[in-house]
Design a protein around this ligand. Sequence first.
Ligand code: ADP
Ligand code: TYD
Length: 206
Amino acid sequence: MKMNMEGSFIVVEGIDGSGTTTQRDLLCKWIKDMDREVVSTHEPTEEGIGRLIRERLVHDSHDYSPETIGLAFAADRLIHLEEKIIPSLEKGKTVVSDRYYHSSLVYQPEHGADSEWVKEINKHARKPDLTILVDVPAEVALRRQKERDGGESSIIFERSEFQKRIRDRYKNLEEVLEENIYIVDGNRSIEEVHEDVKKIVEEELL
Ligand code: ADP
Ligand code: TYD
């Protein structure tokens, strides 16, 4: 890995059920097997505002505005950075996060928040060294989610349409953010996708 004093910050993104958690875990294991210190993490976080998001904002019967939810995600992110990501990078550790500001840039505008404003409230979140998008068709991701969580209700069509739009937004993200995003074809076996992810990390960060 990069021979500087700071560790590398890698982000894995994708629609719900695309396999980001699976790929983040395999990537962390691979890095660990090279005797590198690695921190595996995700957003929303599990504590403080992250917990509030998980327990209240995205499940409550009350419909919070996309702005309220966007601000909560952004605040959770900055706390995540200050408490965990930056200190780990400063210690030379590699950090791999399942989701980061890219999620806010695709989900919150799809719920109605202004895209430029979402970008603005996330401008103090440092750029990752490498961002990988696990790209799969919405139907495939929904099927995987269904298999993972067992069963699914009647709103599957709506969810599929929503995830299709989220996928499109992810694919346009390079333009919106003006930063490099590596897209891997996630519609293959877990191992094949992992091979691609490793190749990108090797080429970009080794
Ligand atoms: P996400 O974190 O993006 O929601 P997960 O990593 O939890 O997705 O994967 C969702 C489900 O799909 C899990 O049961 C996982 O084992 C499975 N899965 C992940 N990647 C693949 C793949 N490439 N092929 C088939 N199944 C997969
Ligand atoms: P997550 O816990 O990663 O769900 P999953 O494991 O099923 O992918 O994320 C929860 C949801 O929060 C997911 O639908 C994406 C959404 N989200 C946002 O809307 N904005 C954000 O900034 C983040 C980080 C997530």
